[in-house]
Structure formats: structure tokens, C-alpha cells
Write a protein that binds this ligand. Sequence first.
Ligand code: SF4
Length: 682
Amino acid sequence: MLKFRHEVLNEKQRKILPSLSFLKENNFYLAGGTALAFYLGHRTSLDFDFYTQAHFDSTLLYQKIDNIFGTKAILTLKEEDALNYLGGRGIATKLFTELTNPSIDPLSPKNNLVFATTPLTDTSAPASGRGHVVFKSPLTNTIGSSNSGGEWAVYLKRTGIDALVIKGKAHEPVCIFINDSDDINEKIKILPAKHLWGKNTHETTENILNYLSCHSCLGRNSGENSQYSRSNEPIVNEINKLEPKQIDKDNSRVLCIGQAGENLVRYASIMNEKNRAYGRGGAGAVMGSKNLKAIVVSGKKRITIANKERFQQVINQINYRLKAVPATKRILKSLGTAGLVNLINCINMLPHNNFKDTQHSDEDLWKMCGETISETILRKVGGCFHCPIQCQRHTQIGEKVGEGPEYETVVLLGPVLGIYDLKSITLANYLCNEFGLDTISCGGSIASAMELYEKGIITNNDTEGLNLRFGNYEILEEIVKEIVFREGIGKHISEGSLRLCKNYEKPEYSMSIKGMELPAYDPRASFIQALGYATSPTGACHLRGGYAVSLAFFGGAKEIPRFSIRQAPLSIRNVQDVGIIQDSIGICRFTGFAVSIDVWSKAITSALGREITKNHFEKVAERIATLEREFNINAGLTQDDDTLPARFQKEYIIVSNEKKIVSPDALKLMKEGYYYLRGWKT
Ligand code: SF4
């Protein structure tokens, strides 16, 4: 069991960790046995100037859904917490870990979902519209932590709310509507959503926006003239009770789950604005377990910047950098993230057939790479809020339109399954978005099933005749549907690759870490990557060390040797810490190609009117990493969980004509170095 060195945290930091005393002081915990069913905090008269100037705006909303009716309470975020955790991943982790018992069942009402915005949300900072959610993951039993682009977080901020904590469980399916009213009794409505249960994320989003539009057009008497069926009347009637200011469609954004979340698929995602995903770790299943179908945010409140002139100067500098660097100026826009396919293949890192090897023909890869997507199925490019990089792909296959596929999806629903058929990959991607399913874990879990099938461990009896051989692109859509509706072999695949493989007594065929399926980079081709995966608090996530690939690739073999056991701990610690800060100030990881954390510290300083140095950022990252680690240890994880599947430690791949594995000794040495740097005792 790991123990923390006391000197990791200074006196002030340790004081913050033990308890969220302000929550208790504010009667956050309700008297037992009363009819009080939910509570929330909202914008208050400010005790802390900092919040207005920091855009935290002193606003926290806490929502418990034990019932659809209840009593509300107001809470304010402490200034020191705002400074010590900044926002996004930091604040959400802080709130979540204080409020959640690490030993709970992630699908029980005791789990909490904490959404948070950041100090840069809804500012002119580029690529800054991202939100974060923290929860206990039903896939990994670790802390779950997921980040999404789009605009939902921006509109949450415009309601005057910085963080939203969802607790408990509704007795029946509900939607939450939040607006920017200063009257706490008008600010939030929880409405029945039985008629939306069973609808996919696109249908749900359109339904809700249409209700809002219906109400806007027809006033409060939409009933008979409504174009919507009688089955929709309950929610229309409820919406009719809202004041017009509460339901402004143009200023509303919808976040919801699809059938995957409803059916508690362990890697179900939460989708916002249809195609932007809080993808990894099963946040959608947690939302489903709470009977919460959607959260609709409507608002026009704007935040203030402490030093507008200086802030704009820094933002201009950031925009200049984004336009000067090829990756952010041109490559991501013209090729999307799938432009990585050929690059990652060049460094022998692109996985194939459940990570058995990294061998592909150029001809096969060309069928589904970013260049081909741009030349064939791309209709237009797009971007998240205020993002000049524009990596989104709006695509079309026949009559069907949708978004994607992104790099991770192309590979996990493609070569990892032995599939190189762009049409099948894209259609399966559309389905995942519509059902609300993480494409990475979906592909990784199917890959394990395919390997079990090819080895004769899963039989035709199990699959009810479905041919699960690698390369069989014809069954891709079918198997996704089986997973979502837990039918046939999909019932087992929906549990994730580790549970699937354990069910067949072959856990070694799950290419997962802490139960989370690997993204699209083979760790044998970069030790930095391998260590990042092994030590990630949430399992094998592309955003928790996965993007260390950029060091291996852009650094080059000489500058940052990707097979250096000695350099890996410091390199990955730094990559992880930069990621924590990016998630906590709400900017996209891709800005990292052009803009250093140093520059972002200047943006935060001028936005908050408080000196936030790079050194401060380092302390914040250390604090958040420690909280995540502490939660996992208290959830029962040990050092032994910081590991790689046996395949990567025993079976070699060929990298630049050399055989490569991550040997157990190499992994042990790198882990020791990493723990030393983190200040975590072994
Ligand atoms: S780079 Fe892509 S993912 Fe990142 S914010 Fe911009 S559009 Fe969204």
C-alpha cells in the first residue's frame, strides 16, 4: 500500500485536504429523515471579491436528486479553494473527493457527479469552452474524470454557476433545467422525463430544444396547437409553468445520456450538443443510475475580467502562437485528429488486432486515415467554443450525417479490430455518439471479444452465430447495438474488456489498465507512454499520459529518447501535470502544441487579478494528482494496479527493426522513479 510523504503538502495544503468544512458549516448535509430532498447553492451576494474578479462568481450549485421535489440551499466556494484548485478538474476533484466515500458502489445513489467550469470559461481565450466531470467510475472503480469540449460548460457558466454536484437518485427519469435567475426558487426545475427515456442523445437533444422552441413560439398555451404528441404533454405542461426567461432556446444547451447510459453500460458516455463526449470511464452509466436523462442550461450572465487590457494582450499572443505553429494552424484543421494515423504508424505505435502487433500495410491505412477522410466523407470542419484550431469533422456516409471519426475512434473501431473500412468505422462511430458510448472502450472491449472468439473461448453459441473474427467489418454496427441493449454476447462486452475476459477466465486478453481499455498508442513503442498509462489515476486514458506520444514523436528519438527508463518518470510526471492544469483552466489539450503553461499563467493572472505563477500551477497540479491518488488508495487500489497487461511485458513488437517489450524490471524502475518524484512512498 502506498503512503504519502507528509512533506508532499505544505501546512496550508494539508489543512485544506481533511474536510470541506465550509460545506458542513453551510448545512450542506441535510437533517436526516426530513422531506428535504435536494439542495443547491447559487449566486450569492459576494463575500469574496475574488469570485467576481475570478469569474468563479462565488457560485456553486449543489443538487441532490432523491426526489423531484425538495428544498434548496445556497453555498459559496471559498476563495482559497478557488486559488488552490482553479476550476474544472481541480475544483471537481476537490468537491468530489470531499463528498464521496471511496468504497461506494459507483452505480449506487451514493456516487456523486461533479461538473465544473473554469476561470477561463466563457472568456475570449481560445479553445476554452471545455467542462469537466468527476465521479467514481463503474468501469475501473477508481476516480473517474472526463473532459469535454462543445458549449454546454459555457452556458452552465452563463447561468451563474461554476460547479454542479449531483447526488442521490431520482425515483423516475428526470431532466434538470437550470436558468440564470437570481431567485433560487426559479433557478432550477426538475421535470419528469419518462417520455425521453429510451431515446438516443440526438433525439433527446432535439426533443428538448423543440419543447423550448415550441414554448417560445406559442407562449404558455402550447397544448392543443403543439406539433408534439400527447405523450410529450407532461414535459410541455411542466415547461409551460416556467417563466419565459427560464427557457430561452437560443441560449440553452443540452447535455444528456443515450440508451447506453440508461442500460448502465460501464463505458457509457455523457454527450453534450449531440456529439461532444464526456467519454471515458462511464460517467453516462452513473447519470443513468441516477435516472437523470438530461441537464439543460440556459443563461446570459457574463463574467468579468479583472484586467481586461492585459488579458486581451495575452490572448492575442496565444492566438498568434496558435496561428504560427503548423499543428494548430493547419494540420488539425485540414486532417482532423485522424491525421495522426500515418504519423503514429511511422513510429510503429499504431495497434492492430487487440494490440497483438503494430503491423499494417500502407495501403490499408490509407483507406481510413485523416487524408482520406478529408477527401471522401468530410462535409465541413468545425470547432468547440472560441476554437480557431477547428479539428471537428462533420461527415456524411450516404444519407447519414454525423461527426467523426477522430483518431482514437478510427483506430479502436478500425485496426484494433483488424478493420480498415472507413464506412463501417464511421457508421459505428455515429452509433456510439447517438447511444452515448465511449468509442475507445467500446472498440477495446470488442477487440478482446474477437480474440477470445478466434481462440475458441467464445463460441458461436455465445455469439448466437455472430462471426466475431478480426476484420469482419460487417458486424460492427450489430455488435455496437448488442452492447448498448445488452443483448447476446453484447451483454458481456458491455461490462468492459476486463470483466468480459475474467468471465471467460482469460483476463490476459483484456488490453486495459485498472479496467480501462487502452487508447490508440502501443506502449511498447514508448516507455514514457507506458509509464503514463500505468500510473494514470483513471486507467489507460489518452488524456492521462496517452498524449505523451507527442514527446516521442515531436521530441524525436534523440531529444527525448522514448526508451529511456531514466528520463521517463520526469517526462511523464510533467506531461501529466500539464494536462491537469489544462483541464483545470479549461483549455483544450491541443493548444499545448503551440502555447506553454507559462503563457496560460499570464492569462489566468490577468483574468483573476491574482498573481498565478507557473510555480503556483505546479503546486496546483501536485495537489490534484495527490487527491486523485488518495481517493484511489482509499478505494482499495495499490501499487500493483499501476501496471500494464502481460502482453506488453512479454510479447514483443518490432520498432525500427528492434524487438521491444516493456519488461517487468523496466516498469518497476520507472514506477519507483515516478513515485519518488511524486513524493509517494513505496
Ligand atoms: S482543438 Fe478540436 S477538440 Fe480542441 S477545442 Fe478545438 S475543436 Fe474542440
